[in-house]
Design a binder for this molecule. Structure first.
Ligand SMILES: [Mg+2]
Length: 385
């Protein structure tokens, strides 16, 4: 596997002529409800982008959730902005390369998750045609990645411990607990006792706290956590600086990190000692790699977050997590963590790791029969006008 960075190998994949964009919607049943401080999900409403080009097809998964609770983006909004603005702009450009997509779509403010899905689909088409995998193109340095698992807010401590014990027995190398006010010290203490002092354990608050909670959050220092993720609202970098000064547990930003510029600013202000990288949140895998590179330059560890992706998004995340700066296990869990059956080949945990797909592009194939079975809206076809 090559160690060259994507920006250096981008010339190896030829541009493609974009002929049409298709939007697919599926509802995938979750194996168990997933609850965070934002709410509870029982199915994953997924938007998939398929580009049709002169060199073949390419697929991208949009990570937006059904409702605008985790971020301002949501599935129906992403579908509309792609249909009305983003896809027509790319189709008008005709000949495209993934590194040009962000610039071509820059006239639309925000909507990073929607843009990321399109960029990924174009990259997938280019790399499938070139016979190059995402891992090779991104600059992966390992054939498999260490995996952690994100554990939602449970109905009781006993239910939480049973769920965590199950993941431990499956071999996950790190446990992450979702926390919120009223569900923090007690569950964290119970899980720490269950797992023992050496297990990798971290918490994610998904912006549920305020600066008035700093003294309370400091009590988490007793549990030897790897990090606390995003306790405060995403725009408030200053509040995270104050917490980082007050607490021994490293602070890690997720929702706040929307670009490489924001990441560098947060690091330089000591708001974050570790960065959670999610390609969808930052506008695509190419920006995600730029954030990885900036963090590597500054000795800031990174890890790959998760957005309940299907196998399609999971494949790209696993390739990203194989870059050298991803030194902490990611939320790149196996398919069966969320789904009884995956939309692509299933990702199976082996010794707490997932293999980086080696085939061209994402290296996985969308299963047409499941796409049809789980379809929740008619497919939309967008062509050049
Ligand atoms: Mg998070």
């Amino acid at each position: 596997m090559t160690t060259a960075a994507a920006v250096h190998t981008s010339g190896s994949a030829l541009p493609v002529v974009l002929e049409a964009v298709e939007l697919h919607r599926v509802a995938m049943p979750l194996v168990r409800p997933f609850e965070t401080s934002f709410g509870r999900q029982t199915a994953r409403d997924v938007l998939l982008v398929r580009v049709l080009t002169d060199a073949g097809e390419g697929w991208g998964e949009c990570v937006a959730m059904a409702d605008p609770f985790y971020s301002s983006e949501y599935v129906e909004g992403c579908s509309a902005v792609i249909r009305d603005y983003l896809a027509p702009a790319l189709l008008a450009a005709q000949t495209v390369r993934a590194p040009d997509v962000a610039g071509l779509l820059d006239f639309v403010v925000g909507h990073r998750m929607a843009k990321a899905a399109l960029e990924t689909a174009v990259l997938d088409a280019q790399l499938r045609a070139a016979g190059v995998s995402f891992g090779e193109y991104f600059g992966a340095v390992r054939p498999e990645v260490d995996c952690g698992v994100s554990v939602g807010i449970a109905p009781s401590i006993d239910a939480l411990l049973e769920e965590v014990a199950g993941y431990r027995d499956e071999g996950y190398r790190r446990i992450k607990l979702k926390i919120k006010p009223g569900w923090d010290l007690e569950p964290v203490a119970a899980v720490r006792t269950l797992l023992g002092p050496d297990a990798l354990l971290q918490v994610d608050a998904n912006t549920a706290y305020t600066i008035a909670d700093i003294d309370h959050l400091r009590e988490l220092d007793a549990f030897g956590l790897l990090l606390i993720e995003q306790p405060f609202v995403e725009e408030d970098i200053a509040a995270h600086v104050r917490l980082a000064r007050a607490i021994d547990t490293p602070v890690c930003l997720d929702e706040s990190i929307t670009s490489v510029g924001v990441a560098i600013d947060a690091i330089e202000r000591d708001a974050t000692a570790i960065v959670n990288i999610k390609a969808g949140r930052v506008g695509g895998y190419l920006e995600a790699i730029r954030i990885h590179d900036a963090c590597l330059d500054r000795d800031v560890p990174v890890w790959c977050g998760g957005m309940l992706e299907t196998g399609l998004g999971r494949a790209a995340n696993v390739a990203l997590a194989a870059l050298p700066g991803f030194t902490l296990p990611g939320d790149t869990s196996a398919s069966n963590r969320y789904f009884a059956d995956d939309l692509t080949e299933s990702f199976v945990l082996v010794d707490g790791r997932l293999a980086v797909p080696a085939g061209p592009g994402s290296g996985v194939t969308v299963r047409a029969e499941l796409l049809a079975e789980w379809r929740s809206r008619p497919t939309q076809l967008i062509t050049r006008v």
